[in-house]
Design a binder for this molecule. Sequence first.
Ligand SMILES: [Fe+2]
Ligand SMILES: [Fe+2]
Length: 466
Amino acid sequence: MVDKEDREINRSAQDVINYLSVILRTAKIHDPGNVAVLTAIERFLSLLEQIMGVEESITLELIGEFFYIEGVRVRYSLEYLINFDFFIRELKKKEIGKIVFRKGVKPGDIQMLLSAFIAAAFAETPFETILTRMSDVESIDVDILKKIKEDDQDTRKIIKKVYYNAVSFSKGVMTKIKAGEKVNMKKAKRIVESMVDHILEEENLLLGMTAIKDYDEYTYHHSVNVSILSIALGQRLGLNKKMLTEIGLVALFHDIGKIEIPNEVLNKSTNFTNDEWNLIKRHPVWGIRAILKLKGLDYTSIRSSIVAFEHHLNYNLSGYPKVVKYPELDFYSRLVSIVDQYDAMTSSRVYSRIPSAPDKALSIMMERAGSQLDPLLFKFFINMVGVFPIGTLVMLDSKELGLVYESDVVFADRPKVLIIIDSSGKCVSGPVVNLTEKDDKGKYYRSILKTLDPNKYKINLAEYLL
Ligand SMILES: [Fe+2]
Ligand SMILES: [Fe+2]
């Protein structure tokens, strides 16, 4: 008996989807107000009422290539194949993964759904178009296709793990050295190698992690950020994988001399006294000692200690420690110091200053290019982080606020932007819009009007970028 009942339920479920497909096809040929469409809608609604029974609503979901009604997969026979296939493609094109019909749904509501579908065919963001058009229809809810979100989420999860793994390693290293314990350098190399791999594969994701400056343990995050940004910059310069790993390692240890500075001084929230400043200025020298103690003498350790010593010296040797008759800076030092300044300037809690917005930091650094910073390397750096670095808060001409999510290599001024406040002033989380997209007249849909300071707006980047 149960089997027969199951089959019947499946039959009705199959018919519901089949009818929806037929209605949509008819509506696309004629229009939603057409008699043929109306008749089909009436039939669909009576079917819907039947299977809804005493329930308040019925949920239709598309997962992968299959339909589910109330969580049960709907099997279908061959005769329905074309209609099912048509409807699957329609939903995918419109990025719809779920439709909920509630009790009391009227023919007019279905007509609204049909016109929303038709309007969305020409829209830049089909799902949003349908969502807006359906916002007044209480008896029907639509939700975005899950699959797209999940794929993206998975990669993000992996990247997040790689990043936090590196942060906890860098914390471990500092704690161990302080305690006079041995540090596993093989592990350091493995961690940097995996960061190199991820940057070569999908540069933007790991770079995006460095935009999140909302943390308590600044020094550890900073070391990892400088390592990631150095690898990415090295990649832009065309360095090979071996060199990228090396540069990632030397960058990771550039501030290791800070282990000699007491935590009370390092994490102070007020301005430093002169004495404290003098203490901090010694970390490049202490760095040499820490690295050589750590690793013994090999090529990378020598290169690391050079970078630790030189990273505040500046391109024109105007920085600290004071040197006389010094040769020009090591290539790695020139590279790391650019990245180091950028990350320090855009981070909070460092040297008790207010963090600068990314574009502000870049414009300050622009003035230093040629004197304190290597001008050519800086050009490559600007090119990499983009005119609008990941995490920049921007106001669009569409009256929306968004965060730069991914920079575009060719169109530096037209990145991908995650909308966080819509044109009506409501807080939202997405969509991600591509500013290079134009309408059929060749006009851009959206452009950046200006950048804003995320700190002023109390926006937590981690919330959006993680
Ligand atoms: Fe430093
Ligand atoms: Fe640093």
